[in-house]
Ligand binder design. Structure first.
Ligand SMILES: C[S@@+](CC[C@H](N)C(=O)[O-])C[C@H]1O[C@@H](n2cnc3c(N)ncnc32)[C@H](O)[C@@H]1O
Length: 243
């Protein structure tokens, strides 16, 4: 049986392999899906990062978004990237060294137990990560804990409408990646509200799954039933504020 720990271990193994590849995709390391380019929405205009702020990037991978945030916070700000995969942190550290940046820090740790002091962060960002986290309730309560009162978050992620049948999930994972742990949008937003945030979905896009992708795992009848169910995979950007 899959436990939260075994899921975390599987995710870690997958991203250890990806980190060992010589070149990571520029925008995202969403994994082995053939169509990763179609993945998450851009959240930069939702984050509205300004000079001097402290930004935390959850599941920072090799650090792409950390370096973008660093260019916005400038010399007086600070950016922290957290990732649980040692190899990703090593790549991020190597990239930091190449760029010669001082006020950027990478920390090894889990989003469900952030290695960050309470109420020290202005903005939390995260791209294509929370769908991979088995305990999303804990993740959102950790985001709330580390944010200063009035602090905000901007997250891009994958969610679903309705409950995707297991074979559709498998086909979608192969097609686009980052879908296996995605939960229904309402449930996802409820968890964010329950953590104490005033939050909403700012952008949303359907990731269309073509018949050729579903064909691999579903019979013709199952594809018809899936189409009729109106269940979808969605890429969303959500933003919110800690009161
Ligand atoms: C799809 S990649 C996204 C990386 C980066 N945000 C980007 O857009 O390029 C997911 C990253 O999240 C990390 N990750 C997944 N689950 C995590 C967790 N529970 N705690 C910390 N990091 C996690 C993985 O190690 C991996 O580096």
């Amino acid at each position: 049986m899959e436990t939260q720990e075994s899921i975390r271990q599987m995710v870690k193994e997958k991203y250890t392999e990806i980190a060992k590849q010589s070149s990571l995709r520029k925008r995202s390391c969403c994994g082995t899906g053939q169509n990763v380019v179609i993945m998450t929405e851009d959240y930069s205009d939702i984050a509205n990062i300004v000079e001097g702020e402290t930004v935390l990037d959850l599941g920072c991978g090799a650090g792409n978004d950390v370096f973008v945030a660093r260019s916005l916070v400038g010399e007086k700000g600070k950016v922290i990237g957290v990732d649980m995969t040692e190899e990703m942190i090593a790549r991020a550290e190597a990239n930091k060294k190449k760029l010669g940046l001082a006020n950027v820090e990478f920390r090894l740790g889990e989003i469900e137990a952030l290695p960050v002091e309470s109420q020290t962060v202005d903005v939390v960002v995260s791209n294509c990560v929370l769908n991979l986290v088995p305990d999303k309730e804990k993740a959102f309560s950790e985001i709330f804990r580390v944010l200063k009162p009035g602090g905000r978050f901007a997250i891009s992620d994958i969610v679903t409408t309705g409950n995707l049948p297991k074979n559709v999930r498998t086909a979608a994972e192969l097609y686009a990646g980052c879908i296996a742990g995605a939960m229904p949008k309402e449930q996802y937003m409820d968890l964010i509200t329950k953590a104490g945030f005033d939050a909403s979905v700012k952008k949303e896009r359907i990731i269309g799954l073509p018949d050729e992708a579903l064909d691999l795992y579903l019979s013709k009848e199952e594809i018809v039933r899936f189409r009729e169910s109106k269940s979808e995979v969605l890429s969303i950007s959500a933003g919110g504020k800690r009161p």
